[in-house]
Design a binder for this molecule. Structure first.
Ligand code: PLP
Length: 455
């Protein structure tokens, strides 16, 4: 193709995908089913109904339908901020002096500042359609709580967010964005739930944890008539909604005859990475094309690179179903000096299976090198990236520098999941030179893995 690729490839509204793509349909080894924590039997539709919305349970359990139509109401909402641009990082390439061609898909163009809105709007839609009054959820760093509050206000649905207390106190602006969208936000642990009161009695003054906030949100959902619990990552349904990222990227690349050699994404629970790679992975699984996929995780929370592929609890409170995944154990806590997000102990079952089948690679990176990449990127590409996204930037730069040595003209694609304006304390630590790296010892990981359930 002789025509120069533009800096930004924008699709038109009509090119917005009409269906999500369910990669499970093309997987030979399907991800293992969720299990009931008490009986260890696979969870069926009826078992999940008290907690999740009906239509979302169907999506969760569907391993065979390749394309699931995106309802018009959701596509209308998507049109407010999608299709998202695919950017050719010409300026970064030049700065690095690499022959590689670098592209990134930018998901930070909405108020939640991340890709999470793609699934939040779908989950709110199905809750509304079922005639529910509201939904409950937890949020750690706050992106998911923001995205869900935006989605719920759009569909006039009540939204109750349990925010990990330390984040609630450290990120007052994130909290106010959530309140602006009308959600009720409670620092967790709180005295509004039984489990919260129990934890407060046992550990007065605790800053809370994601696991505790999940337990409170689930209890709040099951104890109120017309409420369900929703989750922003890890689950199959969330990964499905996020395939809008990969489908748009594939359309844009096909249009210009671009074929990525390497596709890179950061991995917390796996939803953005799964969403970006799914359609490309589908081609690989069907033998139509080959790509190299790289999941990037923090060295302080290395579930794929150092975890085990076993059934584990999804939450610290052990109220949720068991999932087979790469995990560090549900009681694993990344070191408190870890600032870069992606602190979930497990990983999407879909990605775990693909990784175990050697269809995808994983790398772990240290946070000071992640922030160095974030800074380098911000200075030439003009976007202040989220710490989470910067894990992908780190490995994209590393790959591009490898090309500089070998002279290879690889095409590198990575997911830029969001912006980092609410992470300025982390940037401050990096700028002050006080940020450090902590890598858990084998002993620490073995200790938390010893507590996975025996299945
Ligand atoms: C939540 C989040 C992530 C990680 O979540 P995944 O489910 O692994 O995608 C990455 N980047 C940003 C900006 C996020 O908000």
């Amino acid at each position: 193709m002789s025509e120069k690729i533009p800096y930004k490839i924008y699709l038109s509204e009509n090119e917005l995908p009409t269906s999500w793509y369910n990669v499970r349909a093309d997987m030979k080894n399907k991800p293992a089913p969720l299990l009931n924590p008490a009986t260890h039997e696979p969870m069926k539709f009826e078992d999940l109904r008290p907690v999740f919305c009906d239509e979302l349970i169907k999506q969760e359990l569907d391993d065979t339908t390749a394309y699931i139509p995106i309802p018009d109401e959701i596509r209308e909402f998507y049109k407010m901020y999608r299709p998202a641009p695919l950017v050719r990082a010409y300026c970064l390439e030049k700065k690095l002096g690499t022959p590689a061609k670098i592209y990134y898909k930018f998901e930070g163009n909405n108020t939640s500042g991340s890709h999470k809105l793609n699934s939040a709007i779908a989950q709110a839609y199905y809750a509304k359609k079922q005639g529910l009054r509201g939904v409950t959820t937890e949020t750690g760093a706050g992106q998911w709580g923001t995205a869900l509050s935006m989605a719920c206000s759009y569909f006039d649905l009540d939204c109750q967010v349990y925010m990990v207390k330390v984040s609630y106190e450290q990120k007052p602006f994130r909290r106010e964005v959530i309140r602006t969208y009308g959600a009720k936000i409670t620092p967790s642990p709180s005295d509004t739930t039984e489990v919260g009161r129990k934890i407060l009695a046992e550990f007065p003054g605790t800053g809370g944890s994601l696991g505790c906030a999940i337990s409170e949100a689930v209890e709040a959902a099951t104890k109120q008539e017309g409420y369900r619990y929703v989750l922003g990552s890890v689950l199959n349904q969330v990964l499905l909604h996020q395939t809008v990222i990969g489908l748009e990227t594939m359309t844009a690349m096909d249009k210009y005859g671009i074929k990525p050699d390497v596709i890179i994404g950061c991995a917390g629970g796996g939803s953005n990475l799964g969403g970006l790679i799914s359609p490309f992975m589908g081609r690989k699984l069907r033998g139509e094309a080959d790509y190299e996929f790289i999941a990037v995780e923090p060295s302080s929370c290395p579930s794929l690179t150092r975890g085990k592929f076993v059934y584990d609890f999804c939450d610290t409170g052990h109220v949720c179903p068991l999932a087979k995944m790469y995990t560090l154990g549900s009681e694993f806590m990344p070191s408190p000096n870890h600032a870069g997000g992606l602190r979930y102990h497990g990983m999407s079952s879909i990605l775990s299976q693909l990784y175990d089948d050697k269809l995808m690679e994983a790398r772990s990176v240290e946070q000071t090198s992640v922030f160095a990449a974030a800074q380098e990127f911000a200075r030439v590409e003009g976007i202040l990236p989220a710490p989470e996204s910067s894990h992908a930037i780190r490995v994209a730069i590393d790959e591009a520098l490898k090309c500089k040595e070998t002279g290879e003209e690889k095409t590198i694609l990575f997911g830029l999941t969001g912006t980092g304006y609410f992470d300025m304390y982390a940037y401050k630590a990096f700028n002050d030179g006080t940020m450090s790296d902590y890598i858990p010892t084998d002993g620490e990981i073995a200790a938390s893995l010893a507590k996975t359930p025996k299945i």
